[in-house]
Write a protein that binds this ligand. Sequence first.
Ligand code: C2E
Ligand code: CA
Ligand code: CA
Ligand code: CA
Length: 279
Amino acid sequence: QLQNKISDCSFYNSEITNKMIMEQKLCSLFDDSIKNNDFHVYIQPKINLKNSETGGAEALVRWFHPDRGIIYPSDFIPLFERNGNIIQLDLYVFEKVCEYQKQRIDSGKKLFTISVNLSRVHFRNLNYLRPFIELKNKYNIPDGVIELELTESIFFDNQQIELVKNAINQMHSYGFLCSLDDFGVGFSSLGLLKEFNVDAIKLDRKFFEDITNSKSQNIIISFIDLAKRLNIHVVAEGIETSEQLNFLKSVNCDMVQGYIFSKPLPLNEFEKWADSREN
Ligand code: C2E
Ligand code: CA
Ligand code: CA
Ligand code: CA
């Protein structure tokens, strides 16, 4: 039995070692991948439930690895948060979104607010917003058409509250909208709404997994009611079924994002999708 344990253990160790080697390989590819445009920006629409129109969209990154094919964010974002590359990656995604908005402006098309995810790593630097502002100016992006999504987990450290509060005010003063992602999953959600002037909260999909359960329903209703009282929009994430959608309509949720309407799409496919719904 001991022998088994020992071999389990070395198996486990080699698993960890393999994982570390793989992660190191991925990390070493970063610079080349940025240069070769191997990171692609996908866009997933948000639907406004009041009028069924496209109410906005979220930019989500994918990595097209020359040998391994498509890699999803959960397999590389944590690595790049650890080695700091996430700063450059988020800016890359942000610039692609600016380019896209600029293109829509130049062709006289209606603009949707597009949100970009901002890792909490940015907040380590007090001047983190500077390069975002510079890009917004470079592409002549009007106010109110780019939203920055912060995950609630940035607030687990109480000392950051003042910092993030100022950061959000600064975002607003430069014409960005700001939303709180994965709301309700973390630590101190409700209190944060008092401190932070966010425009929207995004309710995590786990709240909708069990939509016929009356407890789940009451929690969702309470979140929506609370947000309404504070004048904050609510986006329900990860909506896949008509049961979920009908319930959210019945309780006046503002917006829905999920496979029921569309998966995240490459920019050109999103463009076609959005234009076809406009007519
Ligand atoms: P998130 O910001 O909470 O994004 C929502 C995730 O849910 C996305 O996963 C999206 O593809 C997925 N999703 C959307 N609708 C549905 C649905 O109906 N059902 C299911 N099962 N899933 C749905 P994705 O694209 O794999 O991204 C995962 C996470 O990686 C994101 O979670 C976000 O935290 C992070 N991420 C993605 N792109 C970026 C980025 O450019 N920068 C940073 N810092 N983080 C990013
Ligand atoms: Ca997000
Ligand atoms: Ca989320
Ligand atoms: Ca998430």
